[in-house]
Design a protein around this ligand. Structure first.
Ligand code: FAD
Length: 311
């Protein structure tokens, strides 16, 4: 949050990249290689998702530790708090602190695969707000805390206003930063920011930008949260939906247009859901004119033992 505040004070545009833990060992190796390359695009921070219910928790912790302590990337660990025991939350926070990670995205979580509803465990947490409070109680100001914002309103809450008040409660409980759910209607996102400001939310709000990668992938991803996609986008995609390369290019142009519109409104930061892919992110930054590696970026430290392990 200190880095983001500094960027905002300087009026500098900044961005961040989200990754998820791959399913295979080869996938992990590929992810590390990609992180190394994408570091040159100068993300203010990177973040690593947490499997709902703690599935793949060890891998998230391992990737966070490698990114933070081996590569020296400013890393944020996602952490959900439902469907898993409090001890698992404690372990994850302890490991994060031990490796020097200072950033947590505190989330409620969705139900694990195969389960329809989420559950709080005995002695556990019900909402992300509970987790924010707990981290502040246990760790004071050690961690910068981000929380999720839902520009369309969260799917479980029929009232957008009520959902926004819960977002404010998370910030009042100690969150420093909001990262939003993906969206495909930029004006709706801008309206969300305005509604946040109107109720006294003053922290930075980072829009979650998802470059569309393919037509069926888009359909799948919006099905989780029932995201609204404007008819114009469906119409544009209809003609190219069988051509993955054309859909990718369309996704890049769309993301660029969203970011340009945000910049016009004075929003300086954006968060890219990379899906562990590099090309779309690179081209988005290039098209915005941010392709040259930032001058102050030092090469990542070479770690022989890590490289030996990976080969
Ligand atoms: P909350 O803020 O707890 O809100 C959940 C619902 O409860 C909302 O409907 C809200 O209105 C309502 N609510 C909140 N507080 C109260 C209260 N006190 N009383 C009554 N109702 C209340 N999921 C993962 O499993 N792993 C991830 O890594 C992950 N990363 C994400 C990253 C981002 C940027 C975003 C936006 C989402 C991510 N998610 C992830 C998904 C997230 O877990 C789901 O969206 C989840 O359904 C809600 O999480 P939340 O933290 O927003 O929940």
């Amino acid at each position: 949050i200190d880095k983001i505040k500094k960027a905002e004070e300087e009026g500098r545009v900044y961005w961040s990249f989200e990754y998820f833990p791959p399913k295979t060992q080869q996938g992990v190796v590929n992810l590390y290689d990609r992180m190394e390359r994408m570091y040159r695009y100068g993300p203010e921070f990177i973040d690593v998702t947490w499997g709902a219910g703690g599935v793949s928790a060890d891998l998230t912790s391992e990737i966070v530790s490698t990114a933070q302590s081996v590569y020296g990337l400013e890393t944020m660990m996602h952490l959900t708090c439902t469907n898993m025991p409090r001890e698992q939350v404690d372990t994850a926070l302890k490991l994060a602190k031990e490796c020097g990670c200072q950033n947590i995205l505190a989330l409620r979580g969705d139900p694990p695969r195969g389960q329809d509803t989420w559950e709080s465990c005995e002695g556990g947490f019900q909402y992300a707000e509970d987790l924010v409070k707990y981290i502040r109680e246990q760790y004071g100001d050690y961690f910068g805390i981000a929380v999720a914002g839902h520009p369309e309103g969260h799917i479980d809450n029929p009232s957008k206003e009520d959902d926004l008040m819960h977002l404010k409660a998370k910030v009042d409980a100690g969150a420093d930063l909001i990262v939003t759910q993906l969206f495909f209607d930029i004006e709706m996102f801008l309206d969300f920011v305005k509604r946040c400001r109107d109720i006294g939310i003053t922290c930075p709000i980072l829009p979650g930008i998802l470059p569309i990668q393919n037509y069926n992938g888009l359909k799948r991803v919006i099905s989780f949260n029932n995201n609204y996609v404007p008819q114009k986008i469906w119409d544009d995609l209809e003609a190219i939906k069988e051509d993955d390369a054309a859909v990718k290019d369309y996704g890049i142009e769309l993301a660029v247009s969203f970011i340009k519109r945000m910049l016009e409104e004075g929003i300086k930061g954006f968060h890219i859901y990379t899906f562990n892919l590099e090309r779309s992110t690179r081209l988005i930054l290039e098209k915005l004119g941010y392709s040259a590696p930032k001058e102050n970026i030092k090469p990542l430290p070479w770690n022989p033992s890590l490289h030996a392990k990976r080969t």
